[in-house]
Design a protein. Structure first.
Length: 189
């Protein structure tokens, strides 16, 4: 299965294709979507699950793969897929300590180059994947971070979304932290 990068620099992956890839290539368990499993009546009333726009991913492989336990692997996958859909919730988020919840509006996930290569390019190790990310460079100096936050407060919503999408396609780890700063600048909280 291969996909083409769209004009915004993302690969749009249908939810069933992503779930199938995680199950068949990596050995993960996919639940709470009618294609893979029955959707249990335990979710919030307007849950993406009830519209077939969400899956729950569980790592029931060996407890230890290359020194990484299932919970850390689930956290790693959560970090890897950060920003790819409307909801990416894993260990550390209430109600999601045992699995990764992935939801996408209209059932389409937007993967950046790194996310796509890891999941569809075979760079993650198949059934022995730990989804560990390469080491992230140190944080920028405080003055630089403060200056960027001030700039975010001057941006329009459209400009901020474009800047975030650009960050996601080039540096997902930085996009995660900068995205929170953008959110705080825009919403004032």
């Amino acid at each position: 299965m291969s996909y083409t990068k769209n004009a915004n620099g993302f690969y749009e992956i249908p939810i069933i294709d992503l779930g199938t890839r995680l199950r068949d290539n990596f050995g993960l368990t996919i639940k709470e979507h009618s294609h893979f499993d029955e959707v249990d009546d335990v979710h919030a009333p307007n849950s993406y699950h009830y519209y077939d726009e969400a899956i729950d991913v569980q790592d029931w492989r060996s407890d230890d793969i290359d020194g990484v336990n299932w919970k850390d692997r689930t956290k790693n996958l959560t970090n890897l897929l950060s920003g790819a859909g409307a909801e990416v919730l894993g260990p550390g988020v209430k109600g999601h300590d045992s699995h990764l919840h992935l939801a996408a509006k209209d059932g389409l996930f937007k993967l950046n180059e790194s996310q796509y290569n890891t999941l569809f390019g075979g760079n993650a190790g198949g059934k022995s994947a730990t989804f560990a990310s390469p080491a992230v460079m140190g944080e920028p100096p405080r003055a630089e971070a403060k200056e960027r936050a001030q700039e975010y407060s001057k941006m329009s919503k459209a400009d901020m979304n474009a800047a975030y999408d650009q960050l996601r396609s080039s540096d997902p780890a930085k996009a995660r932290t900068e995205g929170m700063k953008m959110h705080k600048a825009f919403f004032g909280k």
